[in-house]
Write a protein that binds this ligand. Structure first.
Ligand code: B1M
Length: 226
């Protein structure tokens, strides 16, 4: 099987919410066929480009899932099944993205902001940065603004990455930046933001340092500013 077909198959299986070959999928005809986990393992064996696998296969699949949710074709359990498939795929890919024994280039604190439970994108960013040689402090999802500011004070990270997937929760980002300013911490840390509703314009407006459309932009920025 060529690598494009393999990546397309991974994307299809994410859309079908199929983690392993035991899962039926939403449409007919998938029973018993290799699913996301088996296909990702095969892709690794065949030396498929991991970046293309993540961007076109996993993220591409989740984007279609999002469109189907928006148009009412998929419900929340369907989104969760797809999210589980991507999560397990990233668990398999993670050791291949983390370069062993690399001296830390700096400390990176990463969170999903208050009120927001989406963590797939944040986790991909974390894994990629770990692979690029940064020490990661991952505070998880739905992290209160005060807790983020306290963690910047305690951990003294070189970078703070904030993720928000909801138009309502992205509004917490300027609160974090204002809190950092009022505690005299803003100049000690570079602030990166990401997540579907964020944009370069929003980044400028709230006084963050950089907008990252994907995990690769986060790696490029941190490497350039380490
Ligand atoms: Co939610 N959800 N969801 N959801 N969900 C969206 C975001 C939505 C756009 C779907 C839609 O309507 N089309 C919509 C938001 C609408 C809006 O605000 N405008 C939405 C909604 C409405 C909701 C609920 C409110 C639904 C409900 O309950 N009625 C609810 C909210 C829960 C909450 O957070 N409080 C909810 C719940 C969920 C699930 C729990 C079911 C599940 C999350 C599971 C999980 O994360 N563990 C889920 C999912 C899976 C999605 C979609 C389908 C996929 C998100 C995703 O994982 N994308 C999403 C639709 C979509 O985005 N197409 C949707 C793949 C991921 C790799 O991309 O997260 O963008 P992304 O991350 C990228 C970049 O953005 C960037 O790099 C990443 C990797 O390349 N990036 C960063 C992200 N963060 C970064 C931080 C950085 C740098 C880069 O810092 C350095």
């Amino acid at each position: 099987m060529d690598s494009t077909t393999l990546i397309d198959d991974i994307k299809t299986n994410v859309i079908q919410g199929r983690v392993t070959s035991d899962d039926e999928g939403f449409d007919e005809g998938f029973e018993g066929k290799p699913a996301t986990v088996e296909l990702v393992e095969k892709a690794l064996e065949e030396g498929v480009d991991i970046k293309a696998l993540i961007v076109d296969g996993l993220t591409g699949g989740m984007n279609i899932v999002g469109e189907r949710f928006e148009t009412g074709v998929y419900l929340i359990p369907d989104m969760l099944a797809a999210a589980e498939a991507v999560g397990q795929a990233m668990d398999i890919l993670s050791p291949h993205l983390e370069s062993a024994g690399v001296e830390s280039k700096g400390k990176f604190l990463i969170v999903t902001v208050k009120g927001d439970l989406h963590d797939i994108g944040k986790n991909i960013v974390s894994i990629m940065l770990k692979g690029a040689g940064f020490k990661i402090v991952d505070m998880g999802t739905d992290v209160a603004t005060d807790k983020i500011i306290e963690a910047v004070e305690t951990h003294k990270p070189d970078f703070l990455g904030m993720s928000a997937l909801l138009t309502t929760t992205m509004r917490e980002m300027p609160n974090v930046i204002d809190g950092l300013k009022s505690r005299g911490l803003r100049d000690n840390v570079k602030v990166l933001i990401g997540g579907a509703p964020t944009s370069p314009e929003f980044t400028e407006k709230i006084g963050a340092d950089v907008h990252c459309a994907d995990a690769f932009q986060a790696v490029d920025y941190t490497n350039a500013n380490a």
